[in-house]
Design a protein. Structure first.
Length: 264
């Protein structure tokens, strides 16, 4: 297996996943700050908010893939039936590795770089991290590069708006996981392929960019709902904190003994 295209593809996922401990280590050892500040304003991953973003990301990814299938159905023959157990094993492995790979890229770009460059100005951080993320995928075609750059800006804005990486990790992981599983189903992981999202043609990029905009709208709507009804799911977020501060404070009910004493 070592030296095969499959091994190299899986190794690439592991290398990108290693960005997580690297960036956390740099924050702790070099910058002398709590590494949790890379996660979110709460100093940790807000798992319930991450679950909300994950559900939205999966729905949007399914819609985008459905649109791509309708428009660009090339009749690719699935190879799952050739060896279903191998495909099942690859799928399980991808379910573990792909979210870590996506998170690694997020910690490096919309975590570390966004905060480092954002110290100069918010938009320096947004544009700088978006450019770095796009260049990680190569120059590709001009529509692919532009769409990827615009999508990276959208994700960076959402990270700032929500106060954490949960929103971008969820979107990145959902998109990549569907793409990798589909590639495994068609045998694409067993061949050498250097293409990335930056190589996508104009039609594909428009659909993917539409997915990014749809995800942004859904997240903003969910942000308001969660901040209003479940602010404890987003500790540290400015909107959730403001909602919690505006909530009426109900004094504790007096006990029977206290009530009796107050009447004496």
């Amino acid at each position: 297996m070592i030296g095969t295209p499959l091994f190299e593809n899986l190794l690439g996922l592991v290398v990108l996943a290693s960005f997580i401990p690297v960036t956390l280590g740099v924050a702790r050892l070099v910058q002398r700050r709590p590494p949790g500040t890379l996660h979110s304003v709460a100093g940790r991953l807000r798992w319930r908010w991450f679950a909300v973003c994950g559900c939205l990301a999966v729905v949007v990814a399914v819609l985008a893939i459905g649109a791509l299938t309708l428009v660009y159905d090339d009749g690719a023959e699935l190879r799952v039936a050739d060896d279903p157990w191998r495909f099942l094993g690859l799928t399980v492995l991808l379910i573990v590795l792909v979210p870590l790979q996506a998170a690694g890229e997020e910690y490096a770009t919309r975590g570390f770089l966004l905060q480092a460059l954002g110290a100069y100005h918010r938009w320096v951080g947004i544009l700088g991290s978006a450019l770095a993320f796009t260049l990680m995928h190569g120059l590709g075609t001009w529509p692919g590069f532009v769409a990827l750059f615009v999508g990276a800006i959208i994700w960076a804005v959402l990270v700032i708006r929500t106060g954490g990486l949960e929103v971008s990790i969820a979107a990145h992981a959902a998109t990549n996981l569907f793409a990798f599983v589909a590639t495994a189903a068609t045998g694409g992981l067993d061949v050498v392929d250097d293409t990335t999202a930056a190589d996508a043609p104009l039609g594909v990029t428009l659909i993917l960019l539409g997915g990014d905009l749809t995800y942004m709208a859904c997240v903003i709507a969910a942000l308001h709902l969660v901040a209003r009804h479940r602010p404890q799911w987003m500790p540290g977020n400015r909107m959730a904190v403001a909602v919690a501060a505006d909530a009426p404070q109900h004094p504790p009910q007096a006990t029977a003994d206290e009530d009796a004493n107050s009447r004496r």
